[in-house]
Design a protein around this ligand. Structure first.
Ligand code: SIN
Length: 308
């Protein structure tokens, strides 16, 4: 059976699509991680339909802990998409070269080369960032499902940007509150292109999709009302209204503060993990793995609102 056939059969039998299987309550636990953020969801099977009550618990936990780790999820791409869609519309990544065949909502994140060609985006997460902060409507959250994991490395790190804001020295708070910063997809594209085989030349259509945008340096989470720093070393290029050297120095100070060890959870992947994080509350970074080891992940990205 070809991959395409497998996927289309999986879609047809999608267990999250009523009425074929009614939603039943599942008995699952939400266990906070021993870290500045994150919780593990144990005993929930996302290949089965999720009741409204179960969904409400997951939604609340996502807001409270910012990263949810669902263990042992043997779900299909269609099931990942359906679960992701319950939180909002999905965003299609500008690098359409790395969409999963038949599922444009899934970006393949992978270091694997087949016949010398990348099957996915191998350096996604090389710099700290919040997904799609370069769009007018950045991402609410992303879900990454482990398909193949390396024996060594491959961790993902998450930094709590609420904590970063709350612990920011008062003079830095005063310097940035009320300011806007520019975010650009292309900020470090040429640099990444030089060091890896994963960055294709962009077409004029792709470049037109990623025009620079302005975002508040400090945003308010639209669901919890908590403030968070919203700048990253990957996509933020300058703070509006400041001379270049002052803007650079301020951004460097904000980046250094944001990713202090006390703000970070380091996720060490286990087989079949699905990790769901809140891009409005966090930055993340892929730690990388030895290049001869295969790492294949499927990412879905949920659209959020315009940051304020
Ligand atoms: C990403 O930045 O979305 C990828 C993170 C990872 O591969 O660990």
């Amino acid at each position: 059976m070809t991959t395409a056939t497998t996927l289309s059969l999986a879609s047809a039998a999608h267990p999250l699509s009523p009425p074929s299987l009614p939603a039943t309550d599942q008995d699952f636990e939400i266990l906070p991680l021993d870290a500045p953020l994150g919780a593990q969801i144990v005993g929930l099977d996302l290949s089965r339909p999720l009741s409204a009550a179960a969904f409400a618990r997951i939604h609340r936990a996502h807001l409270d802990y910012h990263v949810l780790v669902f263990r042992e999820q043997r779900i299909t791409p269609a099931q990942q998409i359906a679960f992701s869609r319950r939180f909002g519309p999905l965003q299609i990544h500008v690098l359409h070269q790395f969409q999963l065949a038949g599922h444009p909502e899934i970006l393949i994140v992978s270091n694997v080369l087949e016949n010398g060609k990348p099957i996915g985006l191998g350096d996604a997460g090389h710099f700290w960032h919040s997904d799609l902060s370069y769009k007018e409507k950045p991402s609410l959250g992303s879900l990454l499902h482990a398909q193949e994991l390396p024996e060594q490395g491959g961790d993902t790190l998450f930094a709590n940007m609420h904590a970063a804001w709350e612990t920011l020295p008062a003079e830095l708070k005063r310097a940035v509150e009320g300011r806007q910063a520019e975010h650009t997809y292309l900020a470090r594209y040429a640099e990444l292109q030089q060091r890896s085989p994963w960055r294709p030349n962009l077409t004029p259509e792709q470049i037109a999709q990623v025009k620079p945008v302005l975002q508040p340096v400090v945003r308010t989470h639209p669901e919890t009302g908590r403030k968070a720093l919203f700048v990253s070393e990957h996509f933020t290029t300058r703070i509006v209204g400041l001379p270049e050297d002052e803007s650079r120095a301020l951004l460097d100070a904000l980046f250094a503060h944001s990713v202090k060890p006390e703000h970070i959870y380091r996720h060490r992947w286990q087989a079949h993990d699905l990790v769901f994080w809140d891009n409005r509350s966090l930055l993340h970074l892929a730690a990388g793995c030895p290049s001869h080891m295969r790492r294949v992940m499927y990412r879905t990205t949920i659209e959020g609102d315009i940051p304020a």
